[in-house]
Design a protein around this ligand. Structure first.
Ligand code: ADP
Length: 172
């Protein structure tokens, strides 16, 4: 009897997950993970980390604006920011799990450590989605570097992001 209750417990709850990151700027690799997370869960909150230590190319507000624009077609996706501990943000916003993309084995060690610590801290689960191999080499820092030296990143980021990158970094 008891075990049947355990299985059904929480079934009526909204399945709300967070996709955290710096998104400086959002790439097609991020979008792939966000849209796949949106297919699997009721609500996805994309959260941009706003801790002061990291100075990005785009301000947090600019990153949020780009994310809102490129996810506007995904009806169960919202965009927010967090300061401090991600697990605290999750607790405060009734988010039960963190969804992360895994690109390669090199991501694994760090992500495993974070996942275990976040569970230890607040019993927040972490779910991993295997990166689309088409984007497994793709990271925001690389996109910025290519763009800075005049390379073509138009197939790696949404059009709006491409335009903003050109404006900020495009060779004059
Ligand atoms: P990055 O600078 O590495 O792109 P972010 O902090 O913005 O880092 O990434 C946020 C999340 O998105 C992380 O879980 C990361 O693993 C995931 N991610 C980033 N790029 C990709 C990609 N190309 N494919 C799948 N997941 C990705």
């Amino acid at each position: 009897m008891g075990s049947a209750n355990v299985v059904t417990e929480g079934r009526d709850r909204v399945r709300r997950v967070a996709c955290p990151g710096s998104f400086d700027p959002v790439t097609n690799g991020h979008l792939d993970i966000i849209s796949r997370a949106a297919l699997l869960h009721d609500e996805v909150i994309v959260v941009v980390g706003a801790n002061q230590s990291k100075q990005g190319l785009f301000t947090v507000e600019e990153r949020v604006a780009m994310l809102r624009d490129v996810t506007s077609g995904l009806k169960n996706v919202e965009v927010g920011t967090f300061r401090g501990l991600l697990v605290q943000y999750c607790k405060d916003n009734d988010i039960s799990a963190i969804v992360k993309g895994l690109r390669a084995v090199s991501d694994f060690e760090y992500e495993m450590e974070m996942a275990q610590m976040n569970y230890r801290l607040a019993e927040i689960e972490t779910l991993f989605i295997a990166a689309n191999p088409v984007y497994s080499f793709l990271r925001s820092s690389l996109v910025k570097e290519i763009c800075r030296y005049g390379g073509d990143v138009s197939s790696l980021v949404p059009e709006l992001v491409f335009d903003q990158l050109q404006e900020r970094l495009g060779s004059a």
